[in-house]
Ligand binder design. Sequence first.
Ligand SMILES: NC(=O)c1ccc[n+]([C@@H]2O[C@H](COP(=O)([O-])OP(=O)(O)OC[C@H]3O[C@@H](n4cnc5c(N)ncnc54)[C@H](O)[C@@H]3O)[C@@H](O)[C@H]2O)c1
Length: 321
Amino acid sequence: MRPNVNEVKNVAVIGAGVIGGGWVAHFLRQGMNVTVWDPDPEAESKLRERLETAVWPKLERLGLKEGASMDNLSFAPTLAEAVVNAEFIQENTPERLPIKIDTYKQIDAACPKDSIIASSTSGYLMTEMAVEVQHPERCVVAHPFNPPYLMPLVEVVAGKDTTDEAHDWAVDFYKSTGKQPLKLKKEVPGFVADRIMEAVWREILHMIDNDMASVYEIDAAVRYGPGIRWALMGPLTVLHLGGGEGGMAHLIHQFGPSLKAPWTFLEAPELTDELANKVIDGCDEVTDGRSIRDLEEERDDLLIRMIEMLDNSELWHVGNK
Ligand SMILES: NC(=O)c1ccc[n+]([C@@H]2O[C@H](COP(=O)([O-])OP(=O)(O)OC[C@H]3O[C@@H](n4cnc5c(N)ncnc54)[C@H](O)[C@@H]3O)[C@@H](O)[C@H]2O)c1
């Protein structure tokens, strides 16, 4: 029997890098016991240091659920021991299909047969990953955004053998932890958000490759322009307002013909060393020598303030089911 989503107490996190570590923080904040498996012998010390110095103070600022403590974190010596009593498992291994398939097989064999197994994969389908498991009906993709302890969205996608009940349970579970889960009915590679981001990423690479814009210009164009509005309403509602009194109907007729203009390159450019270096050097330049840790601090501070501000606005919740 699956527990009530509000009663989940024991969670396992497999892979404790950028994303797994972020999930650990999120589940600890909910007052859950979190057991981790990661083959890197330094994973535990690295994660504990990151939690203590960088992440926990932010979670305290946001508010901890009753019983939440870093003392509820433990590392298991094997994957099987990490998941054996887990009511919910979040998998965060490297984005390589053979690793995902093997990890799923191991988790499925060792955890209680009703426990939901969720993958943070950025693009693989559950139907591709759950090919060697005995109980694919409880496997879902649950794609988070970095950092998972702050970003609300989780895209929850079923595989071909996932039951509706398991899919719904996973959505309700994330909701109960304060997330904004999006239940996606179609199993599409890249899901929704990454497909949108990939399209933007392709255009960015073309512009850099063709010296049409610098890293600074591209970042500034989004930060001071559409980025702010997208955060408030999403790209389509923003365009709906762009149509004036006539809304989207007017906009689509007015700008429809320009969709055929050769603005976009559509195909991804060849990722040559030269192009990669231009992007990498440009990022170093615009971040002005600041460390990733310093940038993460600034990002998290702004994210918390922005999410708190947006959360108080009725507009931000319009359409939320
Ligand atoms: N980084 C992002 O922005 C982001 C966002 C959303 C989703 N994701 C997805 O999250 C997953 C993890 O990505 P990441 O960025 O945290 O990677 P990462 O490299 O930071 O972490 C991967 C961790 O997995 C561990 N690991 C390696 N092999 C393992 C195994 N067989 N079993 C268990 N652990 C193993 C590594 O030691 C490492 O700690 C990927 O599927 C990725 O697509 C990443």
